[in-house]
Structures are given as structure tokens and as C-alpha cells.
Design a protein around this ligand. Structure first.
Ligand SMILES: CC(C)(COP(=O)(O)OP(=O)(O)OC[C@H]1O[C@@H](n2cnc3c(N)ncnc32)[C@H](O)[C@@H]1OP(=O)(O)O)[C@@H](O)C(=O)NCCC(=O)NCCS
Length: 269
């Protein structure tokens, strides 16, 4: 029996209570997303006795070939650990497959609460038991000592393609703090410029982040863009991993990290 029903704007308050039962900060963050136009599109709820007790959903990644991200996925604390999360996600994955989904990604934090312990451990366990594989662990992402773990799940067999390298003239156009993080930054970029960014351009961006008292910079680019990797590595960035077949089969997303401040000793191990 199917358990998911499409979320409506009238469900927003109940959904926020579900999220709030597990994590107050996430409820605040989720609210702005749901209240925007189209914010409940492709979002689903589960009910028990007429009461919303769980939420999940997905969003398509623009510019990618059938790549999806899992949205806020929560079961009310009073109903957790009864198998509802697994049922909800199994049904959702089938829905994404029906839409032609090729790859599904999800982000999880490894935050450990002083009182409640590892609050995302159940989610991590559940995703892995459904076939998701950890593709990148960004240490110190949300804050010092709190990593972001990105897991990916293939929904279709991989096609055998060799993506050609592109001489893409990527230029930076902004510096911004990444949402949900403490002082982690990224650069906006577009690929319609006249020439590729230089080490000097990277340093201008890093200086701006330093002025804003940023802690760390995370950047990512398609694996087929040539030249980018060498420029970033010589500017001091390190490779932080790859999301496999992110854009399309054979075109991955390469991730890079640059720390502006030394980490506290306990965070470096
Ligand atoms: C993740 C979540 C949606 C799962 O919903 P649920 O209804 O509790 O899920 P289920 O009961 O189907 O499954 C929970 C699984 O986690 C396991 N689990 C529970 N606590 C755990 C822990 N501390 N460490 C590891 N595994 C744990 C359970 O044993 C079960 O696994 P099993 O089916 O192999 O026995 C729910 O726990 C939740 O809302 N968590 C907080 C929010 C969250 O982490 N969301 C995802 C953020 S991206």
C-alpha cells in the first residue's frame, strides 16, 4: 500500500512541527523553502490518524541530466524507528525512477549533540542500507568539527560514455557564505567569459573571504573543464573528492577545499 501523498501548502505548519520534533534549526531553515512559490512541489507527506507525521521529497538539479537531490526527510520523533522512514524512502525512490531519475544524492551532517548524540546516525544508516554510497566527506563543512557527508545512489544502469574535455572559460562572479554553515564560503561562477580564471583571480576571491572572516572555501566544477584543477591546486586548494556521474554519465563534479584559518588541534585528526 502506498503511503506518500503530495504535500500541499496547508501542510506546511504540520511538516514544520515534524521537523522541529527532531531539529529546531532545520525547521527554521526548511520553512523559507516551503513558503517560496513552488516550495511544496515534489514534496510528500505521510499521515497517521489524519495527522502528518513524516515528510520527504526531491528536487531536480538544474543543468544536469536526470540528477536529483533528496529534500528534507523527517519522521516525527514520536513515530521514529518503526520502519516508516524506510517505507517512505523506498516509495519515493520508485517515484524518482518513474520520472526518469538517473542519480539521486543526499547530504547529511555528522553532528553530535551533547545530549542526543549523533542525531543523523539513523539517516546515514538508512540511506546506506537502501544502497546509497558515501561519495564525499567534507570535513569541517557546517562548522569546525562538523562534516558534510554526500551520498549517491544510481537509479539507472550506467551508460558507457567518454565525455570529451572542454576548454571552458570559467570566470568568477561572486563570493558568498554557504547557507547552513558557520563561515564557510564559495565563489559563484559562469562559463560564458572570455578566458579561464587565473591564480590571481583565485587570490582576489580568497582575500575577499578573508576580509569577511571566512573560515574555509569550498568550490566545485565539472570534471571535463580543463585547466581548472591545476590553477586551484597551485593557488593552495586541495582536492576534496568527486561526485560520480553528477552532471551526466562520465561527467563528474570535482570538489576543492581551501582553509583560511588553522583548525583547532582537535579537529585536524
Ligand atoms: C532518518 C529518519 C527519517 C528515519 O525515519 P524512521 O522512521 O526512524 O526510519 P526507520 O524506522 O525506517 O529506520 C531507521 C533505521 O535507523 C536505525 N537506527 C536508529 N537509530 C540509529 C542510530 N543511532 N545509529 C544507527 N542506526 C540507527 C534503525 O535501526 C533502523 O534501521 P534498520 O531498519 O536497519 O533496523 C528519522 O530518523 C529522522 O527524522 N531523523 C532525523 C532527521 C534526519 O536525520 N533526516 C535526514 C537528514 S538528511
Amino acid at each position: 500500500m502506498k503511503i506518500l501523498r503530495e504535500m500541499q501548502s496547508e501542510d506546511i505548519d504540520s511538516v514544520l512541527s515534524v521537523i522541529d520534533s527532531q531539529d529546531e534549526d532545520d525547521a527554521e531553515e526548511a520553512e523559507s523553502g516551503y513558503r517560496e512559490i513552488g516550495g511544496t512541489l515534489d514534496q510528500y507527506v505521510i499521515e497517521q490518524d489524519g495527522k502528518v507525521i513524516g515528510v520527504t521529497g526531491f528536487s531536480a538539479q538544474p543543468g544536469c541530466d536526470d540528477t536529483y537531490w533528496l529534500s528534507w526527510t523527517y519522521v516525527h520523533d514520536d513515530y521514529a524507528n518503526k520502519g516508516l522512514g524506510r517505507k517512505m524512502l523506498t516509495e519515493l525512490i520508485e517515484l524518482i525512477k518513474e520520472k526518469g531519475g538517473r542519480k539521486l544524492f543526499v547530504k547529511v551532517s555528522d553532528y553530535v549533540d551533547d545530549e542526543d548524540g549523533s542525531i543523523y546516525a539513523a539517516a546515514l544508516h538508512l540511506y546506506q542500507s537502501l544502497g546509497f554510497k558515501i561519495e564525499i566527506t567534507h570535513k569541517n563543512y557546517y562548522d569546525e568539527g562538523e562534516a558534510q557527508i554526500i551520498l549517491g545512489l544510481r537509479l539507472k544502469d550506467k551508460t558507457d560514455v567518454i565525455a570529451p574535455a572542454e576548454d571552458c572559460p570559467v570566470t568568477f562572479n561572486s563570493v558568498f557564505e554557504i547557507t547552513e554553515t558557520e563561515d564557510a564560503y564559495s565563489f559563484g561562477w559562469h562559463d560564458e567569459g572570455e578566458q579561464a580564471f587565473t591564480e590571481e583571480d583565485v587570490k582576489i576571491g580568497l582575500d575577499q573571504v578573508r576580509q569577511d572572516e571566512g573560515r574555509v572555501v569550498f568550490l566545485s566544477f565539472p570534471s571535463t573543464f580543463t585547466g581548472i584543477k591545476d590553477t586551484l591546486l597551485s593557488a593552495g586548494f586541495s582536492n576534496s573528492g568527486i561526485l560520480d556521474d553528477y552532471y551526466e554519465d562520465g561527467v563528474h563534479e570535482q570538489h576543492f577545499t581551501y582553509y583560511l584559518r588553522p583548525l583547532h588541534e582537535s579537529m585536524t585528526n
